[in-house]
Design a protein around this ligand. Structure first.
Ligand SMILES: Nc1ncnc2c1ncn2[C@@H]1O[C@H](COP(=O)(O)OP(=O)(O)OP(=O)(O)O)[C@@H](O)[C@H]1O
Ligand SMILES: [Mg+2]
Length: 379
């Protein structure tokens, strides 16, 4: 199945009169995702964005929005159906927040009650209580709050596409991170197509479903953030993104992928039997289970060593360690590796605390070895 396409550039070239900014440019933007456009200053990001709402016209080629060549549409109408948020948000200073947000709905003929409801819903959505903010003027808001109003205004006509040109770059780092989080949350609910231009690779990696990296009017890489970090297309990508971000990633997966069966013992078994199972399997601990296969804890070589010389009547249950962690099948490997440092063996249990497998040090070593092998052979 092919993904639904929100925006498509077909063989687009742009020349403002002093050489081409984009040359024979092709790009599709999938529907319902946050796509970030990133690249050095002057590479054509804003030009590209403005071609989607016809603030800039291509010199050659076509731009399609939801399958329609926008060259055939009325530019003003088109702009009312596409949200647009820029860095200096440009709220009208003499209008209240309510009036600012209602501009497009009003132009589209929405009645007074409908507009008020829309404003209140949007203010709530962006986390500003309507009773408190509706009647304020832009200068009575902080920079971050003004940018939020910008986002609300862009959402006001319920467009399916929103264009954002460095919308958060004038904000302090804390407000910026906050707004990035809010944008991600917002779009998990609204599923808009958001084309988001930024200079900042951290911002792009954080918010993007897809990243499009441009250089001199050409797409250098178009991929998910994960793909970009795992397989940078060339040296320019590495240099732009920053060498330090390309450390080999941890292996993907969860406890489920590396656990093995067995390596458990009943709490009533003699300690000598536990030692025998450990010796044969070359492990330093076993999961201890009760009658019904439920996990009671672990028995480890460290604890046994504390009770030398061993009394032959000792049972596993006598040396049971209950202060250990148990994994679930979906515990990520990164967490498994961390926990393994503090325990000779990690039991894996289901939702009813029944033992379903164990993770040993050699499971972890093997997983790391396989990962390293893959990293080396794909380099
Ligand atoms: N209206 C214009 N007239 C002439 N040239 C322009 C115009 N707008 C942009 N350009 C040129 O087109 C190129 C791309 O500009 P654009 O604004 O798209 O870059 P950008 O990637 O958004 O840069 P920045 O990151 O600095 O915002 C630049 O060389 C710029 O000088
Ligand atoms: Mg720009």
């Amino acid at each position: 199945m092919t993904e639904a396409v929100a925006v498509e550039f077909r063989n687009v070239s742009k020349d403002y009169g002093s050489g081409s900014v984009l040359r024979n440019f092709n790009l599709t933007v999938p529907k319902g995702q946050i796509v970030t456009i990133i690249g050095p200053s002057g590479c054509g990001k804003t030009t590209l964005l403005k071609m989607i709402n016809r603030l800039v016209e291509p010199s050659i080629g076509n731009v399609l929005v939801e399958g329609t060549d926008i060259g055939t549409l009325d530019a003003v109408e088109l702009r009312r159906d596409i949200g647009y948020v820029i860095q200096q948000i440009g709220l009208f200073p003499h209008m209240t927040i309510e009036e600012n947000i209602s501009i497009v709905p009003k132009l589209k003929g929405a009645g007074k009650t409908e507009r008020k409801e829309r404003v209140d819903a949007l203010l709530s959505l962006i986390g500003l209580p309507p009773e408190q903010y509706r009647k304020r003027y832009p200068h009575e808001l902080s920079g971050g709050q003004q940018q939020r109003i910008g986002v609300a205004r862009a959402l006001a006509s319920d467009p399916s596409i929103i264009l954002m040109d460095e919308p958060f770059s004038a904000l302090d780092p804390i407000s910026r991170v906050q707004l990035q989080k809010e944008l991600i949350n917002l779009n998990q609910r609204l599923h808009k197509t958001i084309v988001f231009v930024t200079h900042d690779i951290d911002e792009a990696l954080k918010i993007a479903d897809r990243i499009i990296l441009l250089n001199e009017g050409e797409v250098v890489q178009n991929s998910t953030p994960e793909e970009l970090l795992a397989h940078p297309a060339n040296d320019f990508v590495i240099e732009f993104v920053g060498q330090e971000r390309f450390q080999p990633a941890l292996p993907q997966g969860s406890a489920h992928h590396i656990m093995i069966d067995g390596l458990s013992i009943g709490s009533e078994s003699p300690i000598s039997e536990a030692l025998e199972v450990m010796r044969i399997n070359r492990v330093e601990g076993l999961a201890v289970i009760g009658k019904w296969g439920d996990l009671l804890g672990i028995v480890g070589i460290g604890e046994i060593g504390q009770h030398l010389p061993l009394d032959s009547r000792l049972k596993v249950g006598d040396l049971l360690q209950t202060d250990t962690v148990a994994l679930q099948e979906h515990t990520p490997l990164s967490e498994v590796f961390e926990l393994m440092r503090r325990s000779p063996i990690l039991p894996v249990v289901d939702d009813d605390n029944r033992l379903i497998g164990t993770v040993t040090r050699s499971c972890v070593i093997e997983a790391l070895g396989r990962h390293l092998h893959r990293e080396v052979s794909s380099a």
